[in-house]
Unconditional design. Structure first.
Length: 37
């Protein structure tokens, strides 16, 4: 599943983007209590 994304975006960009996305979700969960409403 990862291979097509690496082919399009490159390993480094994909890693940084995924890390940033995961960090944002964790920050939202802990700082906002996970409540989107």
């Amino acid at each position: 599943m990862k291979a097509p994304f690496v082919k399009v975006y490159g390993e480094e960009y994909l890693r940084r983007s995924w890390d940033g996305w995961a960090e944002s979700i964790m920050r939202f969960y802990y700082e906002e209590g996970g409540d989107m409403g």
